[in-house]
Ligand binder design. Structure first.
Ligand SMILES: [Zn+2]
Ligand SMILES: [Zn+2]
Length: 958
């Protein structure tokens, strides 16, 4: 017998019970284990960092991560879900810096790297409890007991092994390059970090200046060049022109300017074009340096040609500061122009640059503009708003800055990267050639070095004497074991003898980019190749991963790049990229705007199922979410409660009737039309949801299920209610129960990957441990439609009837005739419906007869209302009013009553005429004219301006 179901559903409370059940019965592990030996469905967990509180967007990513392994498990796949934690890097260091109130690297060195790193290690799991709670609360099944951690020696050893492979392939090198550089954290970053949240900011105000460079041999003549970083002007070493760009010399007052003909519009005031100038004639022309500090010893300050010069903005003449631009450095090296820094590693002008010495470059900008203005070298100075990169961790503006550091030669495998990317199924698909494809097309070498403390040390040792280098690929090569701590400062104390000269080799001070750690997880989570070769091979590549769109240049890239360089294939086949979760006004969530959402609070209020469903059903993957708690509440109202009411309806009537599943089934062919229709719909929905999930489309599958639940409630159950109410037990009733039972169980199974809790609750009560079913919905197989359920013709016809019903109701509405008023006839311009479908149509529309005439699907109502029809309509009104009175009097749905009425006129006439019908509908065992006994509920009913006083008295329940 089923447990009684309450009308008032407490979803969060119910979810707690389900969590307890899963834990006690070890359901997650059992669900995985029972598929051992079956084909694998490999999932990789993109490791989060637990040193910050989880946000609502984490629920989004995890909702996706949970859905597919659950689904595939039900489809019979073996899907382990090893958890993981990202533990290294600037995010961790910055939290500890804040906590210790340290400011910058000098402070950390003073505090001591050993103690600092100890705190980093501890702080990594500062919010582990909140993460564990969020994970469990939302029902994300992941194995955190055996989670990999990027700071473990075994993990780091595998990372070293990968780096050694790249070293052996010549893909790891030291180079002098311009990289995005954080002057606060004093470390290079990589260009992929600029794409992370907090990276590029739009609408940043910066100077926009047109500067005059005086020609050496032509008095009062100047090259005009444009820049938005005046601080790079003291570092100017050359000017670049484009050979195919036409230039002109113009006169303004006493001065002459040289610029591109296409850029004359930047000039202010009248001017006279004096001559066309060929770019070739400009080459080698010398100009006076703006600043004479740190003047290089080799030739500089002349015009060179470059292919990156354009006339899209600026003047067509490009100011070149060798050390502060990617193009600038490349050009300078190519033309033999000396490269020197005027700015130190903290982004401050060096002492030699006297007027600005010690000033942070961005603070020096206005002073440089002032200075050049005073000296008559500023043609035009204003401000612009543009996009500029910032440090994604500390928020400081980044500088493009030339450093000697370590790189991975990703450009050498660009072709393979593009090819392997093309083999990935991206959801949404436009990421493949869009965000990811574009990124790969404009690929630069991976800037790997981080000049920091808490991270995987770059395993390269250099000889003090002969500068020979050696890359280490295992702890054994250092004479260490897995017990060793490979972090700084310990690793820095490990020296090696130089095989070439016998000198001492010391490790380079660099750490590696934390994104390299996470991209190594397919290999490093199993400590491959040092152990677990079989396990690794069985789990490579992943069938499925999911993360936010911002990971295109983060984890999605590092996974792809490392697997391509190691194995020449991608490490994942399918990837879901979720977009941002914005607030309801479409603003990004941030602490400063106070619009962040606590996921634990939302789930405690509305339930994890509703929260998950919101993320599946509200938009297609790839679109932004406009998150509003009331939208989750809407899910409860629009969907969960409808589902619950259907479940409630079924269960409580089944209890009343003592329905037992597993009885002799009524053959599908002998079931009522509605039952056959519902089974046909069920077969279709199983097929559709399966198809959508196989295509990694959560939105279509969720919406399909939503539509099905709505059909089930508003069409099947509403139209079938009487079949469950009737007191005699016959084949029709049995058919109804069996059909709805089958549907409820299959529905709980289909909902299980999406809403693991309510599906479990329904399954537990209806099917668990009955007729060979397991004790949890998550241990069942995905439902399979019986071949005899399918009936496309019936689905088509029913859908046509429902369309006619909608048209008919609209026509009634237009004619101002309520549905309770019966009408004589409807004329349908189509082929006749089969009898049982016609009966449904007529009942829905409350019409006596249908006529068929012509074609085109139109429908015309006969709106003439006879006296007879009028009385019938009023009788229906009376039924509704009496039902309300029953409810107000606190009677249960099944309570029998006695009905009394006083008065005469048309309402009394209608009651007399339709006495039996009204008695049946209102469960009245007797209907009598006259006063009611004591204790009766009495009310004067008003219908269309007529009155009738009615009383009801409860008799015994059945
Ligand atoms: Zn920074
Ligand atoms: Zn040596």
């Amino acid at each position: 017998m089923f447990q009684e179901v309450s009308t008032r559903a407490d979803f969060p409370g119910m979810e707690l019970e389900v969590r307890r059940f899963w834990k006690e019965q070890d359901v997650f592990n059992r669900s995985v284990r029972q598929r051992q030996g079956r084909p694998a469905f490999v999932f990789y967990e993109g490791p989060p960092t637990a040193n910050g509180l989880p946000g609502i967007h984490h629920v989004l990513a995890r909702a996706m991560k949970d859905l597919f392994p659950r689904y595939k498990t039900m489809r019979g796949f073996y899907s382990e879900r090893k958890g993981g934690w990202d533990t290294h890097g600037l995010p961790v260091e910055i939290e500890v810096e804040k906590q210790l109130k340290l400011n910058g690297k000098q402070d950390i060195e003073r505090y001591g790297v050993e103690a600092f790193n100890k705190l980093c290690r501890e702080s990594v799991f500062k919010y582990i409890n909140e993460w564990a709670e969020m994970t469990e609360q939302m029902g994300f099944w992941v194995d955190l007991e055996h989670a990999y951690r990027t700071y473990d020696t075994s993990y780091m050893e595998s990372v070293w092994w990968i780096l050694k492979q790249l070293w052996d392939k010549g893909l790891l090198y030291e180079g002098f390059k311009v990289v995005p550089y954080c002057p606060h954290d004093m470390t290079p970053l990589s260009s992929h970090e600029l794409g992370l949240p907090g990276g590029y900011k739009d609408d940043v105000e910066d100077p926009s200046v047109y500067v005059k460079f005086a020609l050496e041999d032509e008095p009062n003549t100047f090259f005009l060049a444009w820049t938005t970083t005046p601080w790079t002007l003291p570092g100017n070493v050359a000017l670049a022109v484009g050979l195919d760009i036409p230039y002109v010399r113009v006169r303004q007052g006493d001065e002459h300017y040289i610029l591109a003909k296409a850029r004359l519009s930047i000039l202010q005031g009248d001017y006279e074009v004096e001559a066309d100038v060929d770019a070739k004639d400009l080459l080698g022309k010398r100009y006076k340096p703006l600043y004479e500090y740190l003047v290089p010893d080799k030739p500089a300050f002349f015009v060179v040609d470059a292919n990156f010069v354009s006339t899209e903005d600026g003047t067509g003449i490009v100011h070149t500061a060798a050390a502060y631009g990617v193009d600038d450095l490349e050009l300078s090296l190519q033309k033999g122009i000396p490269v020197r820094h005027v700015v130190d590693l903290q982004g401050r002008f060096r002492p030699e640059v006297e007027p600005f010495a010690g000033l942070f470059v961005k603070k020096a900008d206005p002073k440089i503009i002032d200075d050049l203005t005073k000296r008559g070298l500023m043609y035009r100075a204003e401000t612009i708003r543009h996009t500029y990169p910032f440090c994604w961790r500390c928020g400081w503006p980044l500088l493009y800055y030339a450093v000697t550091s370590w790189f991975i030669k990703t450009t050498a495998v660009k072709g393979q990267l593009i090819r392997n990317n093309n083999a990935i199924d991206w959801v949404p698909p436009y990421i493949k050639s869009g965000r990811m494809g574009n990124w790969l097309e404009s690929l630069v070498d991976w800037s790997l070095s981080r000049w920091r403390y808490w991270g995987t040390p770059l395993p390269v040792w250099k000889c003090e004497k002969c500068d020979d280098r050696r890359c280490i690929g295992s702890v054994a090569e250092l004479g260490l074991t897995l017990e060793a701590d490979l972090h700084r400062p310990y690793i820095d104390r490990v020296t090696l003898p130089c095989e070439k000269c016998g000198g001492v080799m010391r490790r380079v001070p660099d750490l590696i980019d934390v994104w390299f750690d996470s991209g190594a997880m397919p290999v490093a989570q199993y400590h491959y190749p040092f152990e677990n070769e079989d396990v690794f091979k069985a789990h490579f590549p992943a069938d499925f991963i999911a993360e936010g769109l911002d990971q295109t240049r983060g984890w999605f890239f590092s996974l792809l790049a490392e697997a391509t360089m190691l194995f020449d294939q991608s490490s994942y086949k399918n990837v879901i990229c979720t977009n941002l979760v914005l607030d309801k006004q479409g603003r990004k969530m941030s602490k400063s705007l106070k619009n962040t959402v606590d996921p634990i609070e939302i789930m405690s209020k509305f339930g994890a199922d509703a929260t998950r469903w919101y993320f599946y059903a509200s938009v297609a993957v790839g679109n932004e979410y406009r998150f509003d708690p009331s939208a989750v509440q809407d899910v409860v109202r629009r969907f969960l409660l409808i589902l619950w009411n259907t479940y409630y309806f079924f269960t409580n009537y089944a209890r009343l009737d003592g329905f037992q599943p597993g009885g002799e089934p009524v053959p599908v062919g002998q079931r009522a039309l509605l039952d056959r229709w519902l089974l046909a719909e069920l077969a279709a929905v199983i097929n559709d949801v399966e198809g959508a999930l196989d295509a990694y489309d959560p939105n279509s599958s969720a919406r399909r299920l939503e539509a099905f639940v709505l059909d089930l409630s508003t069409w099947y159950v509403r139209r079938s209610r009487r079949r469950f109410w009737k007191s005699e037990s016959d084949a029709d009733k049995r058919s109804a129960y069996q059909t709805l039972y089958q549907v409820m169980v299959a529905l709980s199974q289909m909902l299980a990957p999406f809403m693991p809790f309510i599906s479990e609750t329904i399954f537990q009560n209806l099917a668990a441990r009955k007729n060979g079913q397991p004790d949890s919905v998550h241990l069942t197989d995905w439902p399979v439609a019986a071949p005899e359920w399918s009936d496309e013709e019936l689905r088509r016809q029913m859908s046509a009837v429902r369309r006619l019903v909608a048209t008919g109701l609209a026509a009634r509405n237009a004619a101002g005739i309520k549905v309770r008023q019966p009408l004589r006839a409807v004329t349908i311009a189509d082929r006749p419906l089969q009898a049982d479908l016609e009966a449904i149509l007529l009942e829905e529309l409350n019409i006596k007869a249908a006529r068929y005439q012509g074609q085109g699907g139109d429908l015309t109502l006969d709106t003439e209302i006879s006296e007879e029809l009028k009385l019938e309509g009023l009788a229906r009104d009376l039924v509704r009013k009496i039902q309300e009175l029953r409810k107000q009097s606190g009677f249960a749905v099944e309570d029998r009553i006695r009905l009394f009425y006083q008065g005469d006129g048309i309402l009394a006439e209608a009651l007399e005429r339709w006495r039996d019908y009204i008695a049946t509908e209102t469960l009245a065992v007797a209907v009598a004219r006259g006063g009611a006994p004591d204790g009766a509920s009495t009310e004067t009913l008003k219908i269309e301006g007529h009155d009738l006083t009615v009383s009801v008295v409860r008799v015994a329940a059945r």
